[in-house]
Design a protein around this ligand. Structure first.
Ligand code: ZN
Ligand code: ZN
Ligand code: ZN
Length: 310
């Protein structure tokens, strides 16, 4: 992102940054709306306002993304070319006419080397737009099912649609929570990571992109992956500080977590307490300082049977 940004001249950078900032602004306000509602389903007002904010953010993000990845002419209605200085003047005076949402969406569809959106993503983009139009033009003729679905739809938008447009986050190694921790105030961020539809989506994401998700020792949501050592919800990062071992009690793979920074401290005898993030079982973990051998035990380690040959 930085490289492409630095390739733009100052006028284009200014246009891009303004659009990007506004996209983030609407996203933040949208999130505020979504998370303030703790009822099972949205009340009509929250439904309308959150849809409006998020849809506006999607449109702006799409424009910012295309300016950065293609060029500014990709989003402009007129095919006439102007210098970026003149474009900037027009932008400041609100005279830049941009393509419709539908046209912008089709640029993504027609270019496989742009953001990786599957049919599922495009279905959601369309469905979301439909909800928003229904809410605004037809004044709330949403079925009960659609209202119930709206929370999930909004969470899909703020994770799977907006993150790839606004960030370089790769879900294999990072989570959308990283972006939200940076941009939301502390209170809103904490609300978001406790908001059940978001937690559910982070669980799905952890499983899909890392292969595993267990209960996080920090936020207690089932969103921690021992494979990439991050929690998709609260951003807990245990890289270089924890070890993982299979649990004998529940047979979950790499589910027991233990502290590798302190296990070899003097007095610990190469053992430390561990906890299974799947079944909650607590035991001790022994890790040989000379070889790779590790095992779990309750009370005293069974050195006769399990200790390594070092
Ligand atoms: Zn967590
Ligand atoms: Zn277990
Ligand atoms: Zn050993």
């Amino acid at each position: 992102m930085l490289k492409k940004y630095s390739q733009m001249d100052i006028y284009l950078q200014e246009i891009y940054s303004t659009i990007y900032k506004n996209a983030v602004l609407f996203l933040k306000r949208g999130i505020k709306e979504i998370i303030q509602n703790d009822k099972e389903i949205f009340d009509p007002e929250t439904a309308i306002i959150s849809c409006l904010y998020i849809q506006t953010s999607i449109e702006l993000s799409l424009k910012a993304y295309l300016i950065k990845e293609v060029d500014i002419n990709a989003i402009l209605k007129s095919s006439e070319t102007f210098s970026s200085e003149i474009l900037f003047e027009k932008f400041k005076e609100n005279h830049l006419k941009t393509k419709t949402y539908e046209e912008l969406k089709n640029i993504l569809k027609d270019n496989n080397d742009l953001v990786f959106f599957t049919n599922l993503h495009f279905d959601h983009l369309t469905k979301f737009q439909l909800y928003r139009n229904k809410l605004i033009h037809l004044n709330l003729f949403l079925s009960e099912d659609e209202i119930i679905n709206l929370k999930k739809e909004l969470i899909f938008a703020v994770t799977h649609l907006l993150m790839p447009l606004l960030t370089d986050i790769s879900f294999e190694f990072e989570s959308p929570s990283e972006f939200y921790q940076e941009h939301l105030d502390g209170k809103d961020f904490n609300k978001l990571i406790s908001f059940q539809p978001y937690v559910d989506e982070m669980h799905r994401m952890a499983v899909e992109y890392s292969g595993l998700a267990y209960e996080c020792i920090n936020c207690c949501k089932k969103t921690f992956s021992p494979n990439n050592e991050i929690c998709y919800c609260c951003n807990l990062n245990l890289l270089y500080s924890a070890g993982y071992i299979d649990c004998e009690a529940c047979e979950a793979k790499r589910a027991i977590v233990y502290d590798t920074l302190n296990i070899h401290e003097e007095g610990n005898e190469h053992s430390i307490n561990g906890v299974c993030m799947n079944c909650g079982d607590k035991m001790n973990v022994y890790e040989c300082p000379d070889c790779e051998i590790r095992f779990t035990f309750y009370g005293q380690p069974d050195f006769v049977e399990k200790i390594c040959k070092c």
